[in-house]
Design a protein around this ligand. Sequence first.
Ligand code: PEP
Length: 248
Amino acid sequence: MPTKLAAGNWKMNGIAANLAEAEALATALPAPGCEVLICPPATLIDRLSTVLAGSPIATGGQDCHAAAKGAHTGDTSAVMLKDAGATYVILGHSERRTDHDETDADVAAKSEAAWAEDLIAVICVGETEAERDAGDALSVVATQLAGSIPEAATAANTVIAYEPVWAIGTGRVPTTEQIAEVHNDMRRILSDRFGAEGAEMSLLYGGSVKAGNAAEIFGVTNVDGALVGGASLKAADFQPIVEALAAS
Ligand code: PEP
């Protein structure tokens, strides 16, 4: 069975005071019943991993550079994420693909860099609204999967997050049929390419997941968890999502 994972992406939100939310979540969920991950801004990774030490909640980065070090002002390497206490890193989020022109090849190179430091890569894919309207959602996701995942991917080093761009931060969520269609296709593609490893890889859905829709989404075949943005910022919002996943 793929590992169930509830992953929170704080994006560019959070200062030291917000660490209390992660602490509250760890206190409320001493044995969550699934994997739980919080990816804060880079400035908080070190402190968050310290706060969460001894708890079952993991810390992750939101991006890494493909190089281990060098003249790349403003960037963070996988070596640095690991040194700060991260065990996961989100790669190829649509906001990075849009704001920083990241390509599938960039995401693949970053994944290799993450694996070199034993970080689990959470590789994001997903179509825009125009692409869905054009009937291209499955082909867009298939192309992103082919280009963003290096050959050495395994169920242990890679998690895939399907995040339709039009559902991120909008309050709009695909129907369960639409989520199932994409997730089933992703499972087929990954199993064809990676065999048993592809069959075991965790597939997250992301895009406006909330306490009120989590259980329904986790009931969809081949949905093994969620990548959660806004609703991961407060323990009171994220806790019921984690509990819904554990109960699914
Ligand atoms: C995300 O940023 O990955 C995300 C899914 O955001 P939200 O849950 O706010 O839509």
